[in-house]
Design a protein around this ligand. Structure first.
Ligand code: GLU
Length: 173
């Protein structure tokens, strides 16, 4: 079963996230990843396999920042690989999401987004959701929280999500 951890505070979030992901390992997972917001931009590191592999990747290319989200994935849509691992980002690279669960109507939503010009890199239902949020956020004049709520009103399924947007720093939804 997948897991979500997030940190919002004054310290570097990375150790908290990695510690949280380790504590969730017993639930079972196939990949892990984190996204960190710092100075108005968000960077992500993700990796198929154990949290230790993610840790090694972070040691090679360190990131830090005081707002972060982390995920252990149990694949339901797409292979367990680096591309399908969470977090996923929208087409602007400003919105990131992690997601537990299933978006049942993801293929219908994906077709609509593809017709609007969205391009998908992963096989996941999650990448559909983050781009749906993006489509609403950048078109409808809503704030980020409202856009997330509006997107979830279109979603059929069971899910837990954590998402943030570099256009609205200092906020996790
Ligand atoms: N459905 C999502 C995926 O396949 C989330 C799976 C999970 O709950 O970890 O990436």
């Amino acid at each position: 079963m997948c897991g979500i951890v997030s940190y919002y505070g004054k310290k570097n979030s990375v150790p908290f996230l990695l510690n949280g992901l380790r504590r969730l390992e017993y639930r079972g997972y196939d990949s892990a990843g984190i996204a960190i917001m710092k100075d108005g931009s968000i960077k992500t590191v993700k990796k198929a396999g154990k949290v230790n592999k993610l840790l090694r990747k972070i040691k090679e290319s360190p990131i830090n920042g005081s707002i972060g989200i982390g995920h252990t994935r149990w694949a339901t849509h797409g292979e367990p690989n680096d591309t399908n691992a969470h977090p996923h980002q929208d087409k602007t690279g400003k919105i990131f999401i992690i997601h537990n669960g299933i978006i049942e109507n993801f293929s219908t939503l994906k077709e609509v987004l593809i017709r609007k010009g969205f391009i998908f890199k992963s096989e996941t239902d999650t990448e559909v959701l983050v781009n749906l949020i993006s489509d609403i956020y950048y078109a409808d004049g809503l704030n980020f929280e409202q856009a997330v709520e509006a997107a979830l009103n279109q979603v059929i399924g069971t899910y837990g999500i954590v998402t943030f947007c570099s256009d609205e720093p200092n906020k996790i939804v």
